[in-house]
Ligand binder design. Structure first.
Ligand code: ZN
Length: 366
């Protein structure tokens, strides 16, 4: 296991519109570079892991002595050369060089790369392009044949001695280490890369992954001579829910859960119950403007989980109908909606069929 892992985290992030260098941006609860570092540690495939940064002071956390933190160079190729020189004293057999901006590779990929070095001097993960590629020479455009074009990823795996010799002798700026093999007409083994192992280049790449949660709760008293509405549909029952509106506890809880996830206060802010114009309003009408806010801000719902708390009516009897109605109102696949029934052992107002309560949790992404 004479393997070494170099993580390049010293980029300038020119394409990344932020004050913080991209590799230190928070992504899925960690600094971006930590995803690569943690996976390399967890894999137990490496004798040492070398983290190359602009400024060693940027790393606050204490890591074990197998994690070496060094200062990089001006360009990517300078940084990888500095790291390759630095580990020479350990006499490595294999080295993997990785860009910290790719946090989503799997440990399986690391294993496949190292395995591939048994028979090859250089092993590079590639995927084919989903988009057609054109390139321009002077003013003429050419089509690249998609089947014979490869998009190269990292980590890239090398026999240490070969990549060290090539790097030492390279005078030009290079984009990745595979380039050195190609420029010198040396054989590279291409192995299947991973679609999810994409590079985070733009701020939008990260914003896309933000997920939020919201919680909603509601309770209404049951009274005679009122229709019962749950989840936007009429349910045959001896009583209905008292309220300024139709008292639909499911929709009210959903509205509060969505507003909570969007951090837009609560249902009372949008529909004050001292306003006459909202008297006897049907709850689907209240849901509509909330869905509009959701759409306008490019949020989408991942899922909803609902607890309807009542002795009667039995949820199992109306589950399908209510779920279908919610699916229509929310324009959401019904497989993403879960409705549970919960009784309260005949305790209190709810147990005596004098009230119905509901709680909802939702997850949304932007
Ligand atoms: Zn309500």
């Amino acid at each position: 296991m004479n393997n070494y892992f170099i993580i390049l985290a010293s980029g300038q992030s020119k394409r990344f519109n932020s004050n913080k260098p991209k590799q230190f941006i928070w992504y899925k609860n960690k600094a971006l570079f930590e995803h690569s570092l943690n996976k390399a540690i967890k894999s137990k495939l490496f004798k040492k892991i070398i983290l190359v940064v602009n400024d060693k002071k940027q790393i606050q956390k204490k890591y074990s002595k197998n994690i070496l933190i060094i200062k990089g160079g001006k360009e990517r190729s300078n940084s990888s050369l500095i790291a390759l020189k630095y580990i020479k004293k350990f006499n490595p057999a294999n080295v993997l060089i990785h860009n910290a901006a790719r946090p989503n590779f799997t440990i399986k990929l690391l294993e496949r790369l190292i395995n591939s070095l048994k028979k090859n001097k250089a092993s590079i993960p590639v995927i084919s392009s989903k988009d057609s590629i054109k390139y321009k020479i002077k003013n003429q455009l050419f089509n690249l044949d998609r089947k014979s074009s490869y998009l190269t990823q990292t980590p890239q795996a090398f026999k240490y001695k070969d990549i060290y010799d090539l790097s030492i002798n390279e005078k030009n700026k290079i984009q990745d280490e595979a380039t050195l093999f190609i420029n010198n007409n040396l054989k590279i083994k291409f192995i299947d890369g991973e679609i999810l192992n994409n590079k985070i280049t733009f701020r939008e790449d990260i914003i896309n992954t933000q997920t939020y949660f919201g919680i909603g709760f509601d309770i209404h008293r049951l009274i005679k001579d009122k229709k019962l509405y749950l989840g936007g549909i009429k349910i045959p029952f001896h009583s209905g829910l008292k309220g300024h509106s139709d008292g639909d506890v499911i929709l009210h809880s959903i509205i509060d859960a969505l507003l909570g996830a969007m951090r837009k206060k609560d249902i009372g802010t949008f529909f004050p119950d001292n306003k006459n114009k909202f008297k006897n309003i049907r709850s689907p009408k209240m849901l509509k403007p909330i869905i509009n806010i959701l759409n306008k801000n490019d949020f989408y719902i991942n899922n909803l989980d609902i607890n309807l708390i009542c002795e009667q009516p039995k949820v199992s009897k109306y589950r399908k109908k209510i779920t279908n109605s919610l699916s229509n109102l929310l324009n959401l696949d019904k497989n993403l909606i879960n409705l549970k029934g919960k009784t309260v052992e005949k305790l209190g107002l709810i147990g005596k069929e004098k009230a119905i309560a509901c709680e909802v949790i939702c997850s949304i992404s932007q």
